[in-house]
Design a protein. Structure first.
Lengths: 183, 183
DNA sequence: CTCCTGATCTAGTCATTGACAAGTTCAGAC
DNA sequence: GTCTGAACTTGTCAATGACTAGATCAGGAG
């Protein structure tokens, strides 16, 4: 892979990574296509070639996020608690992706790559939920599992949970998710 | 309240409402201070007088949101299920406020009005959680309750839950939140 | 080797925006 | 009647998103 010359070589990935960095630093409002171009050392219009516009870049980010989530869930296996913890781990390791994924207004949710990756993650989530589902109301049990994992991850990322410094989010999530299983 | 003349009379409220409308229509990126000014029929710099900058306006929105949430929780009473459903009702009735509140990077989270309102809502939440807390691990039970309500509300607003059209979010949430109580 | 084609990136442009500075109008206190 | 501060306007500037046209590059066909 080349990094100099007229053709950058891997500009798409470089810009995507720069976007994750910039959004991570300054939030979803604190970045611009031109700033990403400057970071990558290319002209201000180069990113547009790969992503079209701002929404296009976030669409690519969302698709990548759902793919990463699906990979994480697949590795965790079908057990509900493990799947839930994997969900939390994904969110805290990829907070920018996670933040974008669940704000469909920021990107084109009907994009093919997004739809495909989202369906893949959705199928794995449903599989994890099935391990705790009773015969009646398994739909609601699945939603409860997704909700508690998603809610914990969201509140963690928002800094809404007051925890000791250096606490591992997955460790903190374990006893919380367990509350859904045993009482 | 006057609506014409040099002094608008209630520009702060008007701009705040316009912001909720604009964000609701086009998302957190699809609005500008100047557009709000146009909607209110004032000059492009008028909103800045009340809010300073964009973050200032979102700060006001967040503070108002936490206040509304606290009011909703207070009316619902201390029962966990009722508090959880009230939480979901607030989120679905004020989706823009809810969305802003839990993205601290968008506004000044250390603002006095925000802190005060957030603390008030937090105290009421903790109270609701206490009704299901066992002696051991009440902290985790509280977090589980907050997480499942917050998660359900977030997923609902993101359109991630596939439900029949015209479903009431609170009705849909009830059996889900119950999963945390009885098994 | 040369030409061709599509992909990649540059350069230039324009309306819009956020933020700021300075001036104007209004309302109420004294 | 005057003074004072709040509310709002007008003017301005650098930065941005989006668009267009053109330049450069890589690889394949002949």
């Amino acid at each position: 892979m080349r990094t100099i010359g007229y053709h950058h070589g891997d500009l798409r990935r470089t810009v995507l990574d720069a976007a994750v960095d910039a959004i991570g630093e300054s939030g979803l409002d604190g970045w611009s296509l031109r700033e990403l171009a400057r970071r990558a050392g290319v002209s201000h219009a180069a990113p547009a070639h790969h992503f079209g516009d701002k929404a296009g870049l976030l669409t690519a980010l969302a698709a990548e996020g759902f793919d990463l989530l699906a990979d994480t869930l697949r590795e965790a296996g079908p057990d509900f608690l493990e799947a839930g913890l994997a969900y939390v781990r994904f969110a805290t390791e990829h907070p920018v992706h996670f933040g974008v994924m669940f704000q469909p207004k920021l990107y084109r949710a009907d994009d093919d790559a997004v739809r495909h990756a989202r369906d893949r993650a959705g199928a794995l989530l449903a599989q994890g939920a099935r391990t705790v589902a009773t015969s009646e109301g398994s739909e609601n049990t699945a939603r409860a599992g997704w909700s508690i994992a998603h809610g914990f991850a969201s509140l963690w990322l928002a800094g809404a949970l007051s925890v000791p410094p250096d606490t591992d989010p997955v460790d903190a999530a374990r006893p919380v998710l367990r509350r859904l299983l045993d009482r």
